[in-house]
Each structure stands twice: as C-alpha cells, then as structure tokens.
Design a protein around this ligand. Structure first.
Ligand SMILES: [Zn+2]
Length: 329
C-alpha cells in the first residue's frame, strides 16, 4: 500500500502543507501524532513529514528532493531517521529502548534526528511507558512522528504529549473519483450508470486497500457475498458462495452481512421508493432488533480474527434463521 507517492493521494495535501508551514517557520513541536489510517496513506504522509524535517534546503511546499538528506532518504539510507514498526502484532519495549538509545547520539548529518513510529496503537503497555520520557524531553533537534490507525486505542499519556496534525478524510465521492482517475472502476452498466464501489470501504479499511481489492479479484468476491446474502436472507436458504466459505473468507462475508443489515434498516426508514416498489416498512421494534443483530455479527467478526476455528456454514445458516425470525416477527 505504501507504493503510492504523496502527490498521488490528494487528500493528504492539506495536512502535509500544514506540517511544512509550521516547520518552515521554525515553529515545529517535537512530537507529532498523525491520526491517518494506513489505508488512507498514513505511512506515506509520515514519511513525507520525516523528509520535511530532515531536508537541508526545505522549500515552502516541502522537501527539496535534491539535497544530501533527501537523496539519502530516497535511497532508504538516512542515518538520522529511526523507523519503528510493529514486530508481529506489537511494538515491543526492546524496540523502544533501542530507539531512545539511538536518539541520544549526535546526528550524523548534522541536522535533526527523526523517530518515525508507525501503527503506534500497537505499542504494548511497557513500550508505551518506555516512550513517555523521550516524548517529554526528546533532546535537542529530535522530532518524533507517530502514525496511528486508531487514535482511540492510544493511552492518553501518549496523545497528550503530542501535537495532533489536523486531517480531513476524503468522503465517498472523492474516493470514487480518485478510483476513476486510476481507471479502477468497473464499466458503467447499460443505462450508463457508474457502479458505486465505495459501499465496502468499511470492509476493506480505506481507499488504498479498496484500490488493491479492485485490482485483484477481492472486490468481485465482496460483491458476490452481498448478492448471495440478499438472496439467502430472502429465501431462508444459504446460496452459492456462502456455502463454501473458508475460514479466511468468513470475516469478509460477515462484514458484508453487517453492512447489508444496516442498509436494510436504513432503507426501511427512507420514504423513497425502491425500483417502483413501495419502501419496505419495519416497525421500530424490529428495526432495533435488527440493529442489535448486526452488532452480534460484528462482534463475531472481531472474535474470529483471533479464534478462526468455526463451522462457517452452520454459522451463516444460523444468521439466516435469526433474520427470518426477526423480520417475520
Ligand atoms: Zn532536501
């Protein structure tokens, strides 16, 4: 996902420019939190911020790309950039101790030293505590850049010590346009209507992963799950793809079911007519129960990520039954 360049991800431009502005004016703080999911290019932005700090001839719009620092960075070989990523599922205390130790040494290129920590929500408790002192007193010319996918999972002791870079996520329309520019959208249907692919953003995580899904067969698979859930829930019997889900596929399929259930309730609320048919009417009690049911499906998705041993067919069949019971009331 980080094969993208900053210039290819237009929604990062404002946040990047804000970072460059304060740095250019020499008013940079020592610890920055980028609350930008990696599926939106969070790591791309974090790298661009590191470049901004390290560049020896910074321009008003960002790193020059030509100085010795910029060249070392583009060769992935800058001695004063210290990158920490999760080792497996966690960022461990030894990684942070090593980082803090490296930051006490003098800069080899004579400029700033930068610590770049990605997926910072994965710091375990010991690692987070080990980072606190450096966050508070990072030393002269040390800048910490922290990228996170889930700011809510961070300890307040971390967030309160950082300056959070303001960021506006792109809306669905902007994402659809961005995908169109890359020629990733399926061809329009016979009526010339473009197919909206952004319905599954929450399943895949964000625009970069959606682009990846569209390039592979993954998107088509999600679409098939949606059609098969619609058919199965209506008929009361499991159909097609849902009969043969593997343990790798079940999480995707259940995420799609979750979306389907939410949309089902939303549609029943809207006064719009769907394809000439009067909108579906559900009483508020049934709506509430369906939302609760969708919540159960979501919880199961989360459980399955750590405990993937399940009879997928029985699970799907059980959900179809639950749906029938709730809607036939
Ligand atoms: Zn430069």
């Amino acid at each position: 996902m980080s094969d993208y360049q900053l210039a290819q991800l237009p929604w990062l431009a404002d946040a990047h420019q804000r970072f460059v502005d304060v740095h250019y004016r020499g008013k940079n703080s020592h610890a920055h939190l980028l609350n930008v999911d990696n599926a939106l290019g969070g790591v791309v932005l974090a790298n661009a911020c590191a470049e901004t700090v390290l560049c020896q001839q910074l321009t008003p719009v960002g790193a020059c790309g030509q100085c010795k620092s910029c060249l070392l960075l583009s060769a992935n070989n800058h001695p004063d950039l210290h990158v920490v990523k999760p080792d497996g599922n966690q960022i461990k205390v030894d990684q942070i101790r090593l980082l803090c130790q490296s930051l006490t040494q003098t800069a080899q290129q004579g400029g700033a030293r930068v610590a770049l920590i990605t997926d910072v929500e994965r710091l375990n408790i010991a690692a987070a505590n080990a980072l606190l002192k450096t966050l508070e007193e990072p030393g002269n010319d040390v800048v910490l850049i922290l990228q996170t996918n889930h700011t809510s999972q961070l300890l307040p002791t971390i967030t309160s010590r950082c300056h959070t870079l303001a960021f506006n996520a792109p809306d669905k329309q902007q994402i659809q346009q961005w995908l169109a520019q890359q020629h990733l959208l399926p061809a329009p249907n016979e009526q010339g209507k473009t197919h909206d692919v952004t319905w599954c953003l929450s399943v895949v995580g964000g625009p970069l992963s959606l682009a990846e899904s569209l390039r592979s067969k993954h998107y088509q698979q999600l679409l098939t799950y949606r059609q098969d859930w619609a058919q199965s829930l209506q008929s009361g019997h499991l159909t097609n793809s849902l009969l043969t889900l593997t343990e790798q596929q079940i999480v995707d399929a259940l995420n799609v079911l979750y979306l389907y259930l939410r949309q089902y309730v939303l549609k029943s609320n809207s006064k719009m007519q769907l394809q000439g048919k009067p909108a579906l009417q559900l009483n508020p009690l049934v709506q509430g129960k369906l939302i609760e049911f969708a919540g159960t499906v979501m919880q199961m998705c989360q459980k399955l990520q750590t405990m993937p041993s399940v009879n997928t067919q029985a699970l799907c069949q059980q959900y179809i039954l639950t749906f029938k019971q709730l809607t036939n009331g």
